[in-house]
Structure formats: C-alpha cells, structure tokens
Design a protein around this ligand. Structure first.
Ligand SMILES: O=C(CO)[C@@H](O)[C@H](O)COP(=O)(O)O
Length: 241
C-alpha cells in the first residue's frame, strides 16, 4: 500500500520537510556551476527513517521541471523501490526519469546519502569516448582517490543505470562514475557532498582534457595518491565538530 506523508510520524514529516528544502536548494547549484543545460540533471537525498517506518525514503526533483520553478513543495518523495508516496504533490507530478537509478544506488549502497546526475560537458565528453579520467592531478587524488571510472552503457528507465553505477563504484574510492555515452553520476554522504563530487568531476575532466592537448599528462605514484586522498578526506578544512 502506498505510504501517505501525513500519516507518518511527526519527526519523519519534519525530516521530509527539511530534506525537500535542501534538495530544492541543491538543484540551483547545477546551473550555478554550469553542470546542466535546460533540465538535464537531478539531485536526490536519502531520509534515514527505517527505524521509525521500516524503510528509508528519498527526495528527488520532478521530471522536466525548470530549475527556476523548483521549490520544496515540488520535490517528490519516494520509497527505495522508486515509487512516489502520497507526498502532497499533484498525482500527475512525476519524479525524475532517473528515479530508478537513484533508488537502486540507495538500496545497494547503504552509506550513500545523496546522488546526482548531470550531463556536464567535459565529463560527458569523456563518457562518450568510454575512457576513464586518469588520476594525473592532486585534486583528483584528493577528491576521488584515483581515476574517475567508466560505467557500462545502459538505457534509462529500469535498474540498468543504477546497477552499472553500483557495480562500478562499489570497489572504487571515486564518488563519480561516467556512464558510457551518457554522463556522470555522483554519490556522497548527502546531497551536498554528491553535488560537490559533480562539480569537481567536471573540473578535473576539463583540466585533464586541456592537459592532453598540450601533451601527455604525468601519472602520480599510487602511494602518493593514497597519501593525498587520506589527508584530504581526513584532515583538510576545519576540524570536524
Ligand atoms: O539523462 C536523462 C535523459 O536521457 C535525464 O537525466 C534528464 O536529462 C533529466 O531528466 P529529469 O530528471 O528531468 O527527468
């Protein structure tokens, strides 16, 4: 039976409301960082409520709606099988066409709290060639712990893309995967972390492409990549609260 938001415990309803605001605001980051044209990108964030209602939920944008029309009340709430709940939005409002992919990632990667998909230019150009972005920048070692891998060609609309994302990332430190002939998908501890991964993925895809136009970039020794990744993930920035 389809869940009804207003029947859920008050604390879950509060978390849904907060997450809707977060996900709506994160969608503004996609055009801000020039990661999308038109509506060609989406962001979602998990709600960890299995202890209260027996399953997690996630919030994702509605399909094909312009970013300047996206507010918290348009954000769609789904179960981890990708089904929209009775979330207060009009029945006709459909979730993103990538909802199944996001749902599959949340179901099979419990540590993931946010998923992003874009068609950002340079990352998508690497995806079109089916070539991973080699780890030749300290920024890549910091952020991705190695190369940005290529995922398989997969058609939209069922578990294929989600399965390709999980099969590629489950044994990788990268939070980004370039789905062949399609574009980048990124994961993170939350939606903002996944958006950051999408921003950094496009940045390094552009830089490495330019470097290759000047000559052959130099690889970084694996032990140096490991050291850079460990520092950035555990020391960089301000002390964790
Ligand atoms: O890759 C595709 C379509 O091929 C999708 O990712 C769209 O580009 C965004 O779709 P919505 O999230 O607006 O449904």
């Amino acid at each position: 039976m389809t869940l009804t938001l207003t029947d859920l415990p008050a604390d879950v309803q509060d978390e849904v409301s907060k997450t809707r605001r977060i996900v709506a605001d994160l969608h503004a980051e996609l055009p801000r960082w020039e990661l999308v044209v038109w509506t060609a990108g989406n962001v979602s964030q998990r709600i960890r409520c299995a202890d209260q209602i027996g399953e997690d939920l996630f919030v994702i944008k509605p399909s094909g709606v312009s970013y300047d029309q996206l507010g918290p009340t348009q954000m769609v709430v789904c179960t981890l099988d990708g089904a929209k709940i009775n979330d207060g939005t009009p029945d006709r409002l459909q979730p993103s066409s990538d909802t199944a992919a996001h749902a599959y990632v949340y179901t099979h990667m419990d540590h993931v709290g946010g998923v992003v998909h874009t068609h950002s230019t340079y990352a998508t150009a690497w995806a079109a060639r089916g070539e991973e972005v080699p780890c030749v920048l300290t920024m890549m070692a910091d952020e991705f712990g190695g190369p940005i891998p290529i995922g398989p060609f997969a058609l939209i609309g069922d578990d294929s893309i989600g399965r390709g994302i999980v099969d590629t990332l489950k044994d990788s430190r990268s939070r980004a995967v370039l789905m062949q002939n399609h574009g980048p998908f990124t994961i993170g501890k939350d939606g903002r972390d996944a958006v950051k991964a999408a921003v950094m993925c496009e940045e390094v895809a552009r830089t490495v492409h330019i470097s290759r136009q000047l000559g052959e970039p130099l690889p970084i020794a694996q032990e140096k990549v490991d050291s850079l990744f460990d520092r950035y993930q555990n020391v960089y920035g301000q002390p964790k609260k």
